[in-house]
Design a protein around this ligand. Structure first.
Ligand code: SF4
Ligand code: SF4
Length: 87
């Protein structure tokens, strides 16, 4: 049997899709609970979780790189708290 491997996705090698998408995801940071669902399901791997300190507590929130986002809307569909709206 041949051995396989999983290559880590490199966003820098991805196609720049930001120029042709016709809708964009807008994140409401106050609503985002940092669950990471959108990170897992984004087909362009252009969402990462960032950390911040809010009222003395560490919180996570999604950060979308719109240069590589193709506007598919998957992130908005999988968000359990509807923190992402497509516009
Ligand atoms: S709209 Fe699609 S490509 Fe853009 S961040 Fe959401 S899931 Fe990713
Ligand atoms: S799925 Fe929604 S709540 Fe979870 S990290 Fe993404 S935007 Fe935030």
């Amino acid at each position: 049997m041949n051995k396989g491997s999983i290559l880590k996705h490199k966003i820098k090698n991805a196609a720049d899709t930001g120029a042709w998408r016709n809708q964009s995801p807008y994140l409401d940071k106050k609503t985002c609970i940092g669950c990471g669902n959108c990170v897992k399901y984004c087909p362009d791997a252009c969402i990462v979780l960032r950390e911040a300190v809010k009222k003395g507590k560490k919180v996570k929130f999604a950060n979308i790189d719109k240069k590589f986002c193709k506007g598919c809307g998957v992130c908005a569909q999988v968000c359990p708290v509807k923190a992402i709206a497509m516009k």
